[in-house]
Design a protein around this ligand. Sequence first.
Ligand code: GDP
Ligand code: MG
Length: 163
Amino acid sequence: MNASVAIVGRPNVGKSTLFNRLVGRKLALVDDQPGVTRDRREGEATLGHLAFRVFDTAGLEEAADDSLTGRMRQQTETAIADSDIIMFVIDARVGVTPSDRQFAELVRRSGKPVILVANKAEGRVGLDGAYDAFSLGLGDPVPLSAEHGEGTSDLLEALMPFF
Ligand code: GDP
Ligand code: MG
């Protein structure tokens, strides 16, 4: 089976860092500035014995009124529609934000299998934030550090039932 996985979430949670780690190359632009990924990027990911197609997306652009920006929303919805599995990423150091909740709604509405990833979870601070993610109602969060490569075996375990 050639499954495809979309990495979605608001800007700056580490989607592109996760994408790069899964693909093993720096295909996606990582930047401190939110929303730097302008276009959808795709690559061949490997995680343990699993191989799948992965999409990196731009996140929501946080407008002043915290509404979802049309183009970003469209891009994300398209990536969700084109994928079999969604990796929904939050920042475990920040915890769940109103923007995350709006995003969770988009993901939930798709009815597709969701893996909730609590990224930036290296160290104790991250684990507290990961706990916060339970409140999204999208299942058990997988604590991960995309940057440091921690938690990838838990991510593999979360993905396995869908393959
Ligand atoms: P995106 O906007 O969701 O694609 O986020 P990026 O991948 O561009 O990352 C945003 C920022 O978070 C960058 O400064 C990354 O270096 C940082 N970052 C990504 N993953 C981690 C992580 O696991 N831990 C920490 N501490 N920082 C991370
Ligand atoms: Mg990005």
